[in-house]
Design a protein around this ligand. Structure first.
Ligand code: HEC
Ligand code: HEC
Ligand code: HEC
Ligand code: HEC
Ligand code: HEC
Ligand code: HEC
Ligand code: HEC
Length: 337
């Protein structure tokens, strides 16, 4: 009887311990930390200008619009070309969800056909609104701009390569800060490069060069598909910048990372780039655990620096020994009786 009770007690103790470990390694603090940037009140219903914006969305938010000749009283349906189409849902969930279209575009766009002069209108740059503003200090827009100006994009285009060529002002979301899902962060980031490097029409608007095919250009990389799903293009193509979360200096391709060990090693370069935000947050949260690598689904071979896992395995080993010792102890005591 007594032995049975002790066995039950032991069982409860061990399951409790394992349960605690599980909870700890799921680390709920992490997800809270990373989503605190999301403004809960986004959405069309909360935008003061939604009605006014509909004046633009009725054409720019649809695949087609109604062209009207008010003098002759004629109407017909015409298609809205894809480049000029915006998605309401994306807009109202982007960082600029609270804007009116005319915050950035001329009021004269209410006229249709739009006056020709508008086509030569200079767009506002990100820095015009975000530079030297304490509300946005943590993003370091000024430093990003300096980094961007060193990039091959900027240098080879006489400065015609703008921030908005990568960051669509109508849909940009702060994924690397707001998403818990590393796979999504990587996908979105890579799509922002591929919208040019995978599309001749867009590419050739900016360059007289012919667009090369990036798949044969990365033939030297084994498991290319897996790599493109597990790391961002910018991991290999930017110069690591310690003061920025996202380095912006895209170097010419002869300086790109090709060396496997840069990632497949204990001090993987990914700790300073892809896992930077997560690892900083987790270090604050839980002291020694390297959450980034355990919590995301891409685990880089050779880069496991989790002391937690080491401690856990030692603990589990110790515990097994202890259980065996106690068990044997009781058996001996009971046999004596
Ligand atoms: C009746 C449909 C219609 C309405 C309403 C409309 N647009 Fe347009 N818009 C177009 C079409 C068609 C084009 C592409 C041809 C052109 O530039 O005229 C265009 C082009 C544009 C362009 C791109 C110009 C360029 O340089 O390529 C911008 C920016 C724009 N519209 C903004 C707006 C804004 C802002 C509003 C609301 C205030 C608005 N539009 C309302 C039909 C419309
Ligand atoms: C935060 C500033 C900002 C806001 C808000 C904004 N735009 Fe734009 N818009 C831009 C910039 C910058 C460009 C140039 C982007 C480019 O060339 O890729 C642009 C380009 C466009 C174009 C040309 C097609 C394209 O994407 O290049 C259209 C059409 C357009 N805007 C319509 C709108 C409408 C409609 C709204 C309101 C729902 C709106 N914009 C709100 C900054 C803004
Ligand atoms: C017309 C001024 C203006 C322009 C141009 C502009 N922004 Fe913004 N942006 C703002 C304002 C204002 C907010 C805050 C919106 C809110 O949350 O109500 C904002 C929000 C943001 C945020 C989120 C900040 C946060 O802490 O929530 C980011 C990131 C951002 N913008 C990036 C950009 C980028 C990149 C560009 C250029 C492609 C750009 N912005 C162009 C005015 C602008
Ligand atoms: C070649 C493409 C490219 C260009 C050009 C570019 N960016 Fe970025 N930027 C990125 C990518 C990729 C990310 C990471 C994706 C994300 O937002 O999570 C990023 C992230 C950012 C962030 C978020 C950083 C953070 O700390 O969370 C800001 C702010 C930003 N860029 C501003 C700018 C400004 C301002 C410019 C122009 C001076 C610019 N970017 C030009 C590709 C670009
Ligand atoms: C708006 C279109 C556009 C986007 C978005 C874009 N690129 Fe580019 N990229 C270009 C063009 C155009 C060139 C060629 C410039 C030249 O040499 O004429 C280029 C050149 C490059 C080069 C240099 C190749 C060489 O010959 O040395 C690299 C590397 C590169 N891009 C990487 C990236 C990465 C990484 C991203 C995403 C963060 C990105 N690009 C996003 C248009 C784009
Ligand atoms: C593992 C590192 C790595 C990743 C990830 C990577 N690249 Fe590259 N990339 C390189 C290297 C190294 C070269 C130079 C290859 C050469 O010169 O033979 C290169 C070459 C290029 C070139 C120039 C080709 C030329 O010679 O004109 C472009 C453009 C490019 N990459 C874009 C991208 C884009 C877009 C992505 C994301 C989808 C990406 N790269 C992902 C390492 C990488
Ligand atoms: C920019 C960082 C980076 C570079 C550079 C890099 N890798 Fe990787 N590699 C990764 C990541 C991240 C994964 C994904 C691991 C996963 O999801 O299982 C990966 C996966 C792999 C895999 C697949 C393992 C599996 O589970 O199937 C092999 C093999 C590999 N890399 C070999 C290489 C070789 C060889 C090189 C040099 C030519 C290289 N890698 C360069 C980051 C990198």
């Amino acid at each position: 009887m007594r032995r049975k009770r002790i066995n039950i007690l032991l069982f409860i103790l061990i399951s409790g311990f394992l349960g605690l470990l599980l909870i700890y390694s799921a680390n709920p603090g992490l997800s809270q930390d990373m989503t605190d940037e999301v403004n809960p009140s986004k959405g069309m219903a909360n935008n003061m200008y939604a009605e006014e914006n509909e004046q633009c969305f009725r054409c720019h938010g649809e695949k087609s619009y109604v062209l009207e000749d008010t003098i002759l009283g004629l109407k017909k349906k015409v298609s809205m070309c894809e480049q000029n189409r915006l998605d309401r849902n994306e807009f109202y969930n982007s960082v600029h969800w609270s804007f009116s279209c005319t915050d950035c575009h001329s009021y004269d766009y209410f006229e249709f056909p739009h006056p020709l002069s508008l086509r030569f209108e200079e767009y506002l740059n990100c820095i015009d609104c975000h530079g030297y503003d304490d509300n946005f200090a943590k993003y370091k827009f000024e430093e990003i701009e300096v980094d961007h100006m060193k990039s091959t994009h900027y240098q080879t285009s006489d400065g015609e390569f703008h921030c908005w060529n990568c960051h669509d002002p109508h849909s940009y979301k702060l994924l690397s800060r707001s998403s818990e899902n590393l796979t999504e962060v990587i996908l979105e980031s890579n799509l922002s490069c591929l919208k040019c490097h995978g599309n001749t029409d867009v590419f050739e608007l900016l360059s007289d060069k012919k667009l090369g095919n990036i798949i044969p250009q990365h033939d030297w990389l084994p498991n290319q598909e897996l790599h493109f799903q597990s790391v961002r293009c910018i991991e290999c193509h930017t110069e690591v910048n310690d003061s920025l979360l996202i380095a912006h200096n895209i170097m010419s391709s002869d300086s790109a990372v090709r060396n496997c060990v840069e990632c497949h090693s204990q001090n993987s370069l990914l700790m300073g780039s892809l896992y930077k935000f997560q690892s900083k947050e987790t270090r604050l949260e839980s002291g020694f655990m390297n959450g980034a690598i355990i919590h995301n689904n891409s685990y880089v071979i050779g880069a496991n620096r989790s002391r937690l896992l080491n401690v856990v395995s030692v603990l589990l080993f110790g515990l097994t020994l202890l259980v065996m010792a106690v068990h044997t102890g009781f058996r001996i005591i009971h046999r004596k009786k």
